[in-house]
Design a binder for this molecule. Sequence first.
Ligand code: GDD
Ligand code: MN
Length: 380
Amino acid sequence: APISAWPGDLAILKSEIPRQEGFELSIVIPTFNERENIVPLIERLRAALVGIAWEVIFVDDDSSDKTVDVVRSLSLTDRRIRGIRRIHRRGLAGACLEGILSTSAPIVAVMDADLQHDETRLVAMLAMMRSNRTDLVVATRYGGEGSSSEGFTGVRQVGSQMAIRIARRLLRIETSDPMSGFFMVKRALIDELAPKLSQQGFKILLDIIASSPVPLKIGEISYVFRPRIHGESKLDALVVFEYLGLLVAKWSGDIISSRMLLFGLVGLSGVVVHLTILRLLLLGGLEFPVSQAAAMLAAVVSNYTFNNALTYRDRRRRGVRFLTGLMLFSAFCSIGVLAGTGVSSLFYSREPQWWLAGLAGAVIGAGWNYITSSMITWRR
Ligand code: GDD
Ligand code: MN
C-alpha cells in the first residue's frame, strides 16, 4: 500500500523492489549488559522457530559491555536480526515499548535475553495467537507445568508470588503470572495503548493488562523459568518501589497519589537519621534527654527538606517561604519533640534500651508531623 502512494515519477521503483515476505513474528528483547547471552540465544531461536517468518529486535540501553556490537555483527549476515541502541535512557518497559513500536510484524513477543525464558514455547504461543481467540498470550511460571524454583532464589520466589497476589487482588487481573517478562501480543494493541504505558521498571505486562479499556482475551502457556548463567539480574529496590507505586496508583484509580508513599518513606529516612544521631551522641557520652532532643531536631530538619523537595514538591516552599515553612514545621514538631522526648525518656528510665526508647519517641513525632504538615505547613 505505501508503494502505490508514491508520486508517479517514483512508481518505477516499484518494479525494482524484490518481492519479499514480511515477518509474521517479531521478538523484542531488552538488553542491559547481556553480551555473553546473545550468540547462544540466537542459536536457540533459529532452532526453535524453523518454518516461521520471524525477526528479532534487541533494544539495548547503551550497555557498557557493548552488547549491541555483538548484535550488529550477527545482523550483517542475518537480516532477521536487528539492534537498537538507546542512549541516556534506562528502563526495561520503555525499551520493550520502543522495540514493539519499531516493527511492522502483526505479532510481537517480548522475552528476556538471559536464556531464563524457554524459547521453545514461542511456537505454542504463536499457534494460540494465530487461532485469533486471544489478544495476549502470557508465558507463565505459575500455571500448568510451569515453575520458577530453578531460576529464582527463595527470597525472589516468595517476593514474586507476593507481588502477583497483590496485583491480582488489587487490580483483579486474571492471569497467573502478571509479572512475566515473557509474553506475546498483537502489535496493534500496543500501538493503541502505547501513550498510556509507563516507561519505567519491569511491570510492562501488568501495565498493558491494567491499561486496556476493554478486558483482554488472555491465553497462557506454561514454562520452566531457567537459572541465569551469564551476567546478573537488574531487578533492584527501585524496581520494586516502582512496582508498588504502580499498584497503589492503579488500585486507587490514580486518586491516591504517590504522596502518602513518599511521606512514609521520608518518615522512615527520618527514623534512620534520628536513631543514627542518637546512637552517636550517646556513644559520645551525652545525657540521654539531650541526645534525644538533638536527634529529633536533626530528623525534623531532614524530614522538612525531603518533604518539601519530594512529598509536597507541587506545593514546594521556596526562598523566604522555605524558611517560614521550616519555622512552622519545627514549631509544630517541637511540640512533637517534647511529647516524643517525654515518652522516650519515660521508656528509657524503665527499660534502658536506646533503640526502643528512640523509636517510641520517633513514632509520636511522626504522627504529629503528618497531621500538621498536610493540614498547615503545606496546605493548598
Ligand atoms: N534495555 C534494557 N534496559 N534492558 C533491561 C533493563 C534496562 O534498564 N533492565 C533489565 N533489562 C533486560 C535484561 O538485560 C534482561 O534481558 C531482561 O531485561 C530481564 O532482566 P533481568 O535483570 O534478568 O530480570 P530478572 O530475571 O531479575 O526478572 C525476570 O522476572 C521478573 C518477574 O519476576 C524478568 O523476566 C522480568 O521481566 C520479570 O518482571
Ligand atoms: Mn533474568
